[in-house]
Design a protein around this ligand. Sequence first.
Ligand code: NAD
Length: 509
Amino acid sequence: MNATPATRIKAADTLGHYINGRTVSASSATLDVHNPATGRVARQVELATRETVEDAIAAAEAAFPAWRNTPPAKRAKILFRFKQLLEEHADEIAALITEEHGKVVDDALGEFQRGVEVVDYACGIPELLKGEFSKNAGPAIDSWSEFQPLGVVAGITPFNFPAMVPMWMFPMAIACGNTFVLKPSEKDPGAPLLLARLLSEAGLPDGVFNVVNGDKVAVDTLLEDKRVQAVSFVGSTPVAEYIYSTGTANGKRVQALGGAKNHAIVMPDADIDNAVSALMGAAYGSCGERCMAISVAVCVGDETADIVVDRLKDQLADLRVGTGTDTCNQMGPLVTREHCDKVRGYVDLGVKEGATLVVDGRDLTVDGHADGYFLGPCLFDHVTRDMRIYQDEIFGPVLCVVRAESQEQAMQLIDDHEYGNGTCIFTRDGEAARYFSDNIKVGMVGINVPLPVPVAYHSFGGWKRSLFGDLYAYGPDSVRFYTRRKTVTQRWPSGGVREKAQFAFPSNG
Ligand code: NAD
């Protein structure tokens, strides 16, 4: 067992890579990682060169034959131990997420927990890999399908869930017998490195899980290297599309999850108080930096819209914005200065486009944190489909209210939008809810549930330009994504019977 200690990522560290069970520093170029609450540099991260990524792929390739032949039950034992270590280190991982991403610590623990649930699911891998068997598929012929690992697979992940999204990928990939190279976001690389150390401490053989930090150079190396069999990506739609087209052109299996603009419909019969509370959490939680955040509330009827806007305005007056480490706060800063400026720019644009800015968070200041990347919650009313604040993914604490005359008109808006990640309807009418879930062109649907993020034993994915590829992340789809089906048909001649050559196509006819 490799006993690399899971030491704390320290404030002044320059983070390197994790290759073949060891922390590796390649003395390449570095990038500053900021604490978004203070605006100060928390640490640096190295940007991998092509050679460093190739070293990680070589380590993963070397580890594959033995790992592939390790019984699934033994792989599961290592994942059980990993899960225990994760739970022991939960506070440390959440603190790292809050320091580098900015989200409030309860939210960091929430994302961490949803990642751990995928590890739970992966612990059931002996059951999930059992395969399919048919006795007497023909006379004295048995047939079975088995699911073999692919080899070296890669994961490329976004900044907004630095622990959960990597855990959507690698627990199932390695449980299936693959070896893995992760390229996390360069904006918050601390948590993934800590996960790598804990995997080694749990007894994962060297080279089975590797982390390379970096930018496009690292990503392109993974996409072009023939030894990488499959790529899982989560991030923005333009990059997802690039990853899908480049990866598949290089012969790889690719699943690339992209951006979103999630609409919630509020019907006139909805329990409005509950709907407004749900909208508050779903629109402003994690500062709106969630791919499942609700960024558009479509209110059916002016009366519904007037009530929803009034109540949101009241509740927003009490929303506590500040550092993620203060447990009284409900919303932290945005991830970087550039992103904060971009979101603020969208608020300016919305005003120019003629939407009504009901709540303006642009003047917010947080005492003692003048250099933090804070923006207060913003609420627009009378948003229309021709506006860019409606069309684009803003990825910040900005909720747009659109007014519709009917459920059909509200659903048409959603169906016409380029993204189809998540959506939700608030209603007390079962028929309306059933019609909505049956017909809406979106991958994940909530009925009075604003963030319908599937649990670990279902699978996560959107429709339209929110997903490129056929298979969703984690859950049952991940077994299919990280394995290749092989079907074996066997007959053992018995009784010394000589069989004549058959020229008709074999059948049971
Ligand atoms: P991003 O696309 O900028 O970056 C994602 C990853 O791609 C990072 O590791 C980054 O280093 C790499 N990358 C960035 N530009 C690249 C390029 N030109 N070539 C190659 N690689 C590149 O995304 P982000 O800003 O980190 O994350 C936010 C986005 O992720 C939002 O659009 C959000 O909706 C999306 N997201 C989607 C899901 C989902 O499940 N659909 C989940 C989380 C986040």
